[in-house]
Ligand binder design. Sequence first.
Ligand SMILES: NC(=O)c1ccc[n+]([C@@H]2O[C@H](COP(=O)([O-])OP(=O)(O)OC[C@H]3O[C@@H](n4cnc5c(N)ncnc54)[C@H](O)[C@@H]3O)[C@@H](O)[C@H]2O)c1
Length: 379
Amino acid sequence: MDVIPVSLAGRSYNVTIERGCVLENFADHAKPYFASYRTSEKSDGRKIPFVADTNTHRIFQESIEQSLLAEGLAADWFVVEPGEAAKSWSVLEKLTDWLLALGITRSDHVFALGGGVVGDLTGFACAVLKRGCEFVQIPTSLLAQVDSSVGGKTAINTRAGKNLIGAFHQPASVLIDPLVLDSLPDREMRAGYAEVIKYGLLGDAEFFDWLEEYGTAVLAREPEALTHAIATSIRAKARIVAEDERETTGVRALLNLGHTFGHALEAETGFSVRLLHGEAVATGMVLAAQYSARRGELPKVDADRAAKAISDAGLPADIAKLGMDCSGSNLADHMRHDKKMEGGTLPFLLLKQIGEAYLARDVELADIAAFLDEQMAAQ
Ligand SMILES: NC(=O)c1ccc[n+]([C@@H]2O[C@H](COP(=O)([O-])OP(=O)(O)OC[C@H]3O[C@@H](n4cnc5c(N)ncnc54)[C@H](O)[C@@H]3O)[C@@H](O)[C@H]2O)c1
């Protein structure tokens, strides 16, 4: 078992990584968070609230309920359709109404069982419910296990864009069972792996070297490699979040490597399954590396290594092959609406070397547009 602390003033919590901690012995690990649902040693009949999507509900309901039953406890489920549409005002309203009808108090814990969509939605509902109740993250996608479940960013989407309404609200605990990834579709696994590569590129050259060698084993869900990749990613995220919880000093911004390019690609493809978030980030990281090389800040050989690691993982490394029917300035226009845009400039995450990202504040969007035109024309 690996227990990684996320150290924050007054709101520290642990991320537990253990094979089987959800699928085999959930109640043992989650026991501390059941306390408010009991009145005595045995349950008082108050059910424990779980939020899931139809996939995670179908796959994990039985093992969770059996584990709870052995403790004399039961679950109540709020189940959403899979996909970004669940991060909406209307679903948030239904979820908060449901939680209020259950009589959830500020010290009760709500369990989020799913990928980043379920985690972000549940976290935001818990941030605003009675001005803040507790929640536990049980991430079931690789992306959620290595990224979204840790750090306290919660949000829903609006017509104006993704994640524009949200709050910082840290979970009480994060329980990561690598075994749950066995049922994750391969494409989702690869999309999550893009965020794993990100930690190597932005701050850990040794981890990047390791991924070049063992990335295939991680994607094949080989236990030792997978657990090492998740734990190393979480350690990096925990360190960064502890340093800059609310993204005010520029440290947490490092986690956005590849995201500005990626976000523009997602916006251009309508945030659809045509390009998953992790896939867009993968292409975005290659673009960030190529743009850094174009500025003479990153050796070309390192930009090529980044692109190779991404294409070896079966992720889209080449924007020219995405079939984007747009110009560089169309993509740069999407960046203008980025919520990190300040006073007409957009801070850009670039690379000095593999394992060293930095925030450039002198990037002109017109130059980005020209660079993107070059890349889309290159074959
Ligand atoms: N809060 C943050 O810091 C943060 C960081 C990164 C991304 N995000 C958000 O995360 C979301 C993306 O998360 P995601 O990639 O996990 O997407 P997701 O939650 O939509 O899950 C992807 C798909 O995998 C399915 N799934 C999940 N676990 C499964 C399992 N074990 N077996 C079978 N199917 C499973 C889901 O049902 C869904 O169809 C986006 O909304 C993004 O904005 C948040």
